[in-house]
Design a protein around this ligand. Structure first.
Ligand code: AMP
Ligand code: ZN
Length: 490
């Protein structure tokens, strides 16, 4: 059996991976900073985490995944101050949106979603240990800093040149560049704006608040132990965030903090990184309003390897919408088929093999997607032959379910039947529709009623025009004996 291999940023090579205890993968993924809804770029990283989680389970391992929610940091405090709120008033509604968007994208629940503000004692304990070990010190401003020249491994993840390690120089903000590697803040002495926004806590070394990096070290070790199997994030987290996490954790415990470090590349838009700062973001809400299903977005993201940059494009999303429509039709066909041919079972087994091999080689999602579509094409051809073999059909169903358990790119259909005097079911009863989506369905139902009227008058040109107009908005229209069926894939 081929090994499961992953690229490890620490070694800059693709290495065989097994969990340290042979059973459960201790997996930490850096989560969102909850001051604005996460954008599709952030979700590219979270979808990469979701793929990894599902691929690890396909190998037969358990996964214990912890994803933090950063609910206190410089940006959140600034937002709270400028809007006259406390940090919790800023972060709570955004956290809710994060989970709603995440579920829409079918990102599986992690085992834990710890918040920084509910783990202050753990962070204080970690700072105390670092002070006792002499790798942290209190500066004149009352803040506690980590002394990077007292930790010999500093720079090993981001391959920082020893000359770039400036001892004594200090950086207070959470984010800075490699050229500015300096002693970083573990604990920031309370300022009036921290007090005003509820972002200050008592500690033996002075009232203040945690630095961003400290949050992840304390929470990762609380839930997963001193050594993790895999720590993930977007590529921008390599420095300083993950470098600083390693320094704090390893200086405190003397143990390797994480065996594997895995980083996903950026989602770009028109060739630049999608980011809140640049104002070029697309959110899940935007996509939903444009009728892009979760299945289509997943297909789109997984069509590029996680270590390659990719561009968000309308044509790409269109192609994914079309691709997942074929997956949906195939699923329906498999479900309703009566039997298969022996060749169907062969195609299924070959498909499974190609699929597993692709994922084992550094999570090659584009090849896994290709394996799904090759299988789909061969299986469709075999189903055309209308064989009667139950076991080969069962084999095809098993393999399709296996592939879909990882990629989850099968759209789910929602259907409404529109007759001259009835609409069934009531669009308002469709599950999980956002108000703008419900508006869209109501609009389409109204147009289909107009279409029925046009047809009653034998105005087929008008009827066709309405059909085109409705389909233009992402619906599928089918004429059935019971009325006109409006279909929406999500
Ligand atoms: P933040 O909410 O800024 O802490 O970011 C959450 C996660 O999204 C981090 O792992 C970032 O590395 C990642 N991220 C931010 N921007 C992008 C992007 N354009 N493409 C992919 N991942 C991103
Ligand atoms: Zn983190």
């Amino acid at each position: 059996m081929p090994e499961f291999r992953l690229y490890n940023t620490l070694s800059r090579t693709v290495q065989p991976f097994v969990p340290a205890d042979g059973e459960t993968v201790r997996f930490y993924s850096c989560g969102p900073t909850v001051y604005d809804p996460a954008h599709i770029g952030n979700f590219r990283t979270f979808l990469f985490n979701d793929l990894l989680r599902r691929a690890l389970r396909l190998e037969g391992w358990n996964v214990a995944q912890v994803q933090n929610l950063t609910d206190v940091d410089d940006k959140i405090i600034r937002r709270a101050e400028s809007t006259g709120k406390t940090i919790i008033e800023v972060t709570e509604p955004i956290t809710e949106i994060f989970h709603k968007d995440r579920r829409y994208l079918r990102i599986e629940d992690a085992e834990e979603y710890p918040k920084a503000t509910t783990h202050i004692p753990e962070m204080i304990a970690l700072v105390e240990t670092l002070l006792e070990k002499g790798v942290a010190y209190k500066a004149e401003d009352g803040s506690i800093y980590f002394a990077i020249d007292r930790f010999p491994g500093y720079g090993k993840l981001s391959r920082l040149d020893a000359r770039e390690v400036k001892s004594g120089a200090r950086v207070a903000q959470d984010d800075y560049t490699k050229e500015n590697a300096q002693d970083f803040a573990l604990w920031k002495a309370a300022k009036p704006e921290d007090e005003a926004t509820g972002a200050a806590w008592d500690a033996p070394f002075g009232r203040g608040r945690p630095g961003w990096h400290l949050e992840c070290s304390a929470m990762a070790m609380k839930y997963l132990g001193e050594t993790l199997d895999i720590h993930c994030g977007g590529i921008d987290l390599v420095f300083p965030h993950h470098e600083d996490e390693i320094a704090q954790s390893e200086a405190a415990t003397g143990q390797i903090f994480s065996r594997f470090w895995c980083h996903g590349e950026f989602l770009q838009i028109d060739g630049t990184k999608m980011s809140k700062r640049l104002g070029n973001i697309t959110t899940v809400k935007d996509l939903r309003e444009r009728g892009v299903s979760a299945a289509a977005l997943r297909h789109f993201i997984y069509s590029t390897h996680y270590r390659k940059q990719m561009n968000l494009s309308g044509t790409g999303l269109e192609a994914s919408l079309e691709a997942v429509r074929r997956v949906g039709e195939f699923a329906h066909r498999l479900e309703t088929a009566r039997g298969g041919t022996p060749e169907l079972a062969v195609a299924a087994r070959e498909g499974e093999q190609a699929f597993r091999t692709a994922l084992r080689e550094d999570l090659n999602a584009p090849e896994a997607v290709a394996a799904l579509f090759t299988f789909l094409q061969k299986a469709n051809a075999e189903l055309d032959r209308k064989g009667g073999d139950a076991s080969s059909l069962a084999e095809a169903r098993r393999v399709f379910a296996l592939m879909d358990s990882v990629l989850d790119v099968q759209p789910r259909a929602q259907r409404v039947v529109v007759g001259p005097d009835r609409v069934e079911p009531d669009p308002a009863s469709l599950p999980d529709l956002e108000p703008p989506e419900l508006e869209q369905v109501r609009w389409a139902v109204g147009r289909l009623r107009d279409r029925l009227a046009a047809r009653a008058q034998r105005d087929f040109a008008a009827s066709d025009a309405i059909r085109a107009e409705v389909e233009e908005r992402g619906f599928v229209v089918k004429d059935t004996p019971g009325g006109t069926q409006l279909e929406r894939w999500r």
